[in-house]
Design a protein. Structure first.
Length: 235
């Protein structure tokens, strides 16, 4: 019996495999989708599973349901009302915004300890807050603190990256409105200097499971038009 639990406010999908070929051949390898805040129990009736060791079963989990349509809408710059902020790296930036899961990310030139304000509404579905360090080397890529918010109308995720240790002001499950303080700027993970890495993405079946999305900000400012060094203002 496999019990799958989804404790967050977005769809999750799971894939069950086994390192033991005879078991792996009995498993369906499609992603099992589970709606937000829903649990599911799967019963495997083949006797081979009764003798299996739990360690022989591998379960991969990913955010979201790639079949849901994305419904774009304008979002806010992630700073306080009336504040200005400089773009440090734009779409397809040569330093680190090259991959399918990051190509439409924006880096905002902010100082360590500055407050990050929510760009979009939704529910917090991910908070990593315990990492302390970072550096200018891709080996740091997996050691960033971040907050992930899911908007269930748009079916997309907004993500705020490089927060300092304990730099999240929200918790998983919190309901977020645009303009709400949600975290602090830091330097954890792969970064050459303090800044906010901001990314909007949808889930995908391919690659790492996410695809970065181009977005439009308030007053119809296209993210694609924002160049390194440009200063934008939040109304
Ligand atoms: Zn970045």
């Amino acid at each position: 019996v496999l019990e799958l639990k989804n404790p967050v406010h977005c769809p999750l999908r799971f894939r069950v495999t086994s390192s033991v070929d005879s078991l792996n051949n009995l498993l369906q390898h499609d992603w099992i989708k589970i709606k937000a805040l829903t649990d599911s129990t799967i019963v495997y009736k083949n006797h081979a599973f009764a003798k299996a060791d739990a360690n022989d079963i591998n379960i991969a989990a990913r955010f979201g349901d790639p079949m849901l349509d994305v419904l774009p809408h304008a979002i806010q710059f992630p700073v306080k009302h009336g504040d200005r902020v400089k773009i440090m790296q734009g779409y397809n930036g040569s330093f680190s915004h090259r991959k399918i899961n990051s190509r439409y990310a924006l880096d905002f030139d902010m100082k360590t300890g500055d407050t990050i304000y929510a760009a979009d509404e939704g529910r917090v579905v991910g908070v990593i807050k315990d990492y302390q360090d970072g550096g200018n080397d891709p080996q740091w890529r997996d050691y960033a603190n971040f907050i992930t918010v899911y908007n269930n109308q748009a079916n997309w995720f907004t993500q705020y990256v490089h927060l300092p240790k304990d730099g999240a002001l929200v918790q998983i499950g919190d309901s977020i409105v645009p303009g709400q303080p949600i975290g602090l700027v830091g330097t954890t993970g792969f970064t050459s200097k303090e800044h906010l890495h901001f990314n909007v993405f949808k889930t995908a079946d391919s690659g790492t499971g996410t695809e970065s999305l181009p977005t439009v900000f308030e007053e119809q400012i296209a993210g694609a038009s924002l160049r390194k060094g440009e200063v934008v203002r939040r109304n």
